[in-house]
Design a protein around this ligand. Structure first.
Ligand SMILES: NC(=O)c1ccc[n+]([C@@H]2O[C@H](COP(=O)([O-])OP(=O)(O)OC[C@H]3O[C@@H](n4cnc5c(N)ncnc54)[C@H](O)[C@@H]3O)[C@@H](O)[C@H]2O)c1
Length: 353
């Protein structure tokens, strides 16, 4: 099978991780893909791509259109801030390419719906890298729930709390945007809640704010109630301006209350707790699933298999639009102070876009 050629747009904080960690495995170890060109407004970012992707100076661009025009490729990897995702999706479609994009689909619900319609109409494949849902600890928790050993899920609690209160400590653009916590952070946890509950969302009610010591233009903290279509309930606590970093990225807290067991995941330690009456609970540790790679390395491999004719991965645009709907409905709820019907919100946004 011939190698798939890609153009990566965005080589900043996270784009750099794609360059040195996620793609080298597919390029050099699995021989599935090759880098055709890279793009970033900031040429200081090019050195990593030249080193890890083995591409010459002439294939490093500051202008995305020129890169797409001069380098026929099979797919685009989009790792620029969300406000620029749609512009890059438009370019990729113009040049007849499939798309592997960072989350969220776009920075607004209207943008997400437009991308959904344009990609679907063009008949191209697009997947969204919801890295944390596809991490080892969350996949193990999902696997345990779906084993049926603990019976049906009743409700889920999630905690994601950091001290990133200083400007720039969570990347400059997040300190400048509206709703950084929900759009840049909670989007991952909402997708994990969808996976753990086995359902899309019915309603969401959000209270969000920024404490006076948080150096954020938008809301850095939120408490969110979610009810899923299958009646599972969820409570979410997210905070980026706390005094302590209790449950940061890759170390979040999830407690899944099932009929026959309390599954608790805390900083990658997974256990099940049970007790009779008021007895102290008996706990059993649960071993993590094992496989060669997780997160974006795994998602990139699945995406390439898909465009090579293999099965669709779970993180397609068609699945992820439900994650976008929950995310932006949560923002709408915070802004209006009212619960939002997520499916109705999605229907109206699709109609209006
Ligand atoms: N999946 C995850 O776990 C995860 C983690 C971090 C970031 N992300 C996502 O990755 C994306 C980028 O985030 P980041 O943290 O790398 O941001 P960043 O600000 O560190 O880097 C963004 C880069 O994009 C470049 N850029 C901006 N506009 C451009 C344009 N029009 N053309 C070319 N280059 C442009 C900037 O120069 C910068 O180098 C966002 O969508 C973010 O949500 C995902």
């Amino acid at each position: 099978m011939s190698k798939k050629r890609f153009i990566q747009v965005g080589l900043g904080g996270w784009g750099g991780v794609w360059v040195h960690t996620f793609m080298p495995r597919l390029i050099h170890k699995l021989g599935l893909v090759e880098a055709e060109a890279v793009v970033d407004l900031n040429p200081d970012t090019f050195s990593g791509a030249k080193y890890h992707y083995h591409i010459p100076d002439g294939k490093c661009y500051t202008d995305a259109r020129r890169a797409f025009e001069e380098n026929p490729a099979d797919f685009a990897i989009i790792v620029v801030p969300p406000a620029f995702h749609e512009e890059m999706v438009d370019l990729a479609l113009e040049y007849d390419m499939d798309i592997l994009s960072e989350k969220p689909i776009a920075d607004t619900m209207e943008g997400c719906c437009r991308i959904y319609k344009k990609v679907t109409a063009a008949g191209k494949k697009m997947a969204v890298t919801m890295s944390h849902r596809f991490d080892q600890d969350k996949q193990t928790l999902e696997h345990e729930i779906k084993s049926g050993k603990y019976g049906p899920v009743n409700y889920i609690v999630c905690r994601f709390t950091h001290n990133c209160r200083k400007f720039g400590s969570w990347g400059d653009f997040r300190h400048r945007m509206k709703n950084p916590l929900i759009i840049e952070g909670s989007v991952h946890h909402f997708d994990i809640l969808r996976a753990l509950s086995g359902s899309d969302a019915k309603t969401v009610y959000t209270v969000s704010w920024n404490p006076e010591w948080g150096e954020f233009a938008g809301d850095s903290t939120a408490l969110v109630n979610i009810e899923m279509l299958n009646d599972v309930k969820a409570f979410y606590e997210g905070a980026k301006a706390n005094a302590s970093t209790m449950n940061p990225w890759t170390n979040e807290y999830f407690r899944v209350e099932c009929c026959n067991g309390t599954l608790e995941l805390d900083r990658r330690w997974l256990r099940v707790l049970r007790s009779e009456g008021s007895e102290k609970p008996l706990q059993t540790d649960i071993k993590m699933l094992e496989q060669p790679v997780w997160m974006n390395s795994w998602l990139a491999e699945q995406f390439v298999n898909w465009i090579n004719g293999g099965p669709a991965p779970q993180n397609t645009l068609q699945d992820n639009i439900q994650c976008a709907a929950l995310t932006f409905a949560a923002v709408e709820s915070a802004e209006t102070g009212k619960p939002v019907d997520v499916q109705e919100y999605l229907r109206k946004a699709m109609e209006a876009s």
